[in-house]
Design a binder for this molecule. Structure first.
Ligand SMILES: Cc1ncc(COP(=O)(O)O)c(C=O)c1O
Length: 370
């Protein structure tokens, strides 16, 4: 029977999943796959939530004016150059739609956030993945991959799943050596977690470089993943096309209001950054003691690795059966690593104990075979 046919490039897309596991009846009790903020949002957001009832029947503000003003104040940037989205993901999809034609190329580092690839393929553009170096995005490799067909570069800084960051001088090098006709999207989904002093999220480059766009989210550090709020900041040449593409009521009323409250509670923000920093330092040490290679994370997750891919595969399976879900990075090209979100002390203790048991369990199984 004849039926409607979607665009051919859509059939090459590997659908996004939140876990490395697909089929299993067991449902893990500790899910460490999505890098959510375990301290949650500001208590002020939760208070406001209890009292909320009067405006649910109204459509949200199409321009998200109050939220844009609050972001502009917080980050010292002009609100005219800001657009808010249904998560920052909205812009990951919108940028290829706005700037890439069929057969154009989009560059990003291998295994980066899977939506970069999906969004590229959605418009029939070609994903060009460059190799990282020492589990960091390699700027030289990105620059070398530029061709006359390149229209867009995605850089997540700090990177997911790398967890590592690029220094300000590296970002500057990228921007200075990229032709100004190519859009550079600096995705700072985890930038508020960074404590390294030589880091930049790139806000300062927007005024001087009309091809640089900054993408940010309330999903991670501000603990509002369920509300879906993100923003983009760039020159009129970038923001204007995104405004034309966006669905009018893309950010709900509650999402706009609660994001403003979250921004205003910088006391909570400091607590989140400090707690996360302490946790990741502690966990990195514990994992190194167990023999893992743990890249220096600036995010709210770690991506430990072992030399043996087999051991990692078995360990991820073992943890899953122990009720702990971590993300295998095999599908993203790193079969000797997995990624897990930092979580409350109790969950982290359970994880470390299970990892220790898993390693021993594997050793026993191996010695049996010998
Ligand atoms: C690097 C990166 N960019 C963007 C996003 C999307 O975030 P949002 O919830 O704002 O759509 C994520 C989410 O995991 C991410 O890891």
């Amino acid at each position: 029977m004849s039926h409607p046919r979607a665009h051919a490039p859509l059939f090459q897309i590997q659908p996004f999943t939140t876990s490395g596991h697909n089929a299993s009846n067991a449902s893990p009790t500790i899910d460490l796959t999505t890098n959510e903020e375990t301290l949650g949002p500001s208590p002020r957001v939760l208070d406001a939530y209890q009292n909320f009832s009067t405006c649910l029947h109204h459509y949200p503000d199409v321009t998200a004016q109050d939220l844009r003003k609050a972001i502009a104040r917080q980050y010292g940037i002009p609100f005219e150059n800001l657009i808010c989205g249904n998560g920052s993901e909205e812009f990951l999809y919108a940028l290829p739609r706005a700037f890439c034609a069929f057969g154009d190329e989009v560059i990003f580092s291998k295994g980066s956030f899977p939506v970069y690839k999906i969004a590229t393929q959605c418009v029939g553009a070609i994903p060009v993945e460059t190799a990282p170096q020492d589990f960091r995005i390699d700027i030289e490799a990105i620059l070398k991959a530029i061709t006359p067909r390149t229209k867009l570069i995605f850089i997540d800084n700090p990177g997911n799943p790398y967890s590592t960051y690029l220094r300000q001088d590296e970002i500057e090098k990228l921007i200075e050596n990229t032709p100004p006709s190519i859009v550079i999207a600096l995705d700072g989904a985890y930038s508020e977690y960074v404590t390294a002093r030589d880091f930049t999220s790139g806000l300062e480059f927007v005024k001087t470089h009309p091809n640089v766009i900054i993408l940010r989210t309330f999903s991670k550090f501000y603990g509002l993943a369920g509300l879906r709020v993100g923003w983009a900041y760039g020159s009129v040449h970038l923001i204007e096309p995104l405004l034309r593409l966006k669905a009018p009521f893309n950010v709900g009323t509650l999402a706009q209001r609660f994001a403003i409250i979250a921004l205003q509670d910088q006391e909570h923000a400091i607590k989140v950054r400090t707690t996360n920093h302490q946790r990741r330092t502690h966990l990195k040490n514990e994992l190194e003691t167990l023999g893992f290679d743990v890249p220096e994370s600036q995010c709210n997750f770690l991506s430990p690795g072992l030399v043996s891919q087999e051991k990692i595969k078995d360990l991820v399976e073992f943890l899953f059966h122990e009720g702990i879900s971590v993300r295998s990075l095999a599908g993203q090209g790193f079969p000797n690593r997995f990624r897990f979100s930092l979580s409350v002390e109790e969950n982290m203790r359970t994880l470390i104990d299970a990892i220790s048991n898993g390693l021993v369990h594997k050793k026993k199984a191996l010695s049996h075979c010998i």
